[in-house]
Design a protein around this ligand. Structure first.
Ligand code: SAM
Length: 263
């Protein structure tokens, strides 16, 4: 030890900074990830290094993406630049293709950007091996919800289209400093190597799903008016009187395919 002290970092709310301080939870995440020396792994938002340090102990090198310059300066001072590759900037603008193939993604994510971040990661799913992230528990419950569940939503459909997902660990507010106002959970996302229900036009699928869930209490007959008729829905085996929440991913894909290329 050099005896040099690192100044205390004041957590920044605007960057969603709730730092993990629970050793049991940190160990649980590392065990779930099972990093292997040569893995191509990127951590989003390393912060004060709660996950970064144990990851670095197990990896030859680690990429991190961090927006806070003070935290970046700290990380630079603490780690070998050959082992810790720091990408400074906003993860929502980060080009993940720069990191190569078979990418493993880990992060205790800033909750204020979690939905756009999940959609961004989905866009790079082809080069991602797996994702382990901490999120607000309510968001994780929406991600893994089944058709008919109250939590089944646009996020559920768009992520279940691309990923096999599993909630792994429940994390209480006391595991963070400062403690957030909400419960959290760690979830694993594994991109399907072959999509179970590939859509002919994924842009159209996104549009149909957004429209159907835009007014979730209304029936498909109303929300999809101008896109498909009740008769077309019946031909696809879908009840026009149903609500978006009752449909499976495969149903949305059938609708999107019919709209994209009408018979
Ligand atoms: N990994 C640390 C931990 O578990 O204690 C920190 C987690 S904290 C919830 C979120 C981290 O993401 C912070 O370090 C924050 O500065 C960073 N962050 C916030 N918004 C970001 C963005 N748009 N792009 C990259 N990093 C971001």
């Amino acid at each position: 030890m050099s005896g040099r002290t690192t100044p205390r970092h004041i957590p920044r709310k605007r960057f969603g900074q709730n730092f993990l301080v629970d050793d049991g939870i940190i160990a649980g995440i590392i065990e779930a990830v099972r990093p292997q020396r040569r893995d191509n792994l990127v951590e989003i938002g390393p912060g004060l290094g709660a996950l970064t340090t144990p990851l670095l102990e197990r990896l030859d090198r680690l990429h991190v993406i961090e927006i806070d310059r003070d935290l970046i300066a700290r990380l630079r001072g603490l780690h070998d630049p050959e082992q810790l590759l720091i990408h400074e900037g906003d993860v929502l603008e980060f080009d993940f293709t720069a990191l190569g193939e078979s990418l493993r993604v880990v992060g205790n994510l800033p909750y204020n950007i979690s939905t756009p971040l999940l959609f961004r990661l989905a866009a790079f799913a082809g080069r991602i091996r797996d994702i382990h992230v901490m999120l607000q528990k309510e968001v994780v419950e929406r991600m893994v919800a089944a058709p008919g569940d109250a939590e089944f939503s646009r996020l559920s459909v768009m992520l279940q289209y691309r990923f096999d997902m599993e909630k792994l660990i429940d994390v209480p507010p006391e595991s963070f400093e400062p403690a957030p106002k909400v419960d959290s959970a760690v979830v694993r996302l594994m991109p399907f190597t072959t999509l179970p229900h590939p859509a002919r036009d994924e842009g159209m699928l996104a549009e149909v799903v957004a429209r159907a869930f835009g007014q979730r209490r209304k029936t498909l007959r109303n929300t999809l008016k101008g896109m498909v008729t009740a008769e077309q829905l019946a031909q696809l085996g879908i009840d026009a009187g149903a609500r978006a929440q009752e449909l499976a991913v495969a149903d949305f894909v059938r609708i999107a395919d019919a709209v994209a290329a009408p018979a």
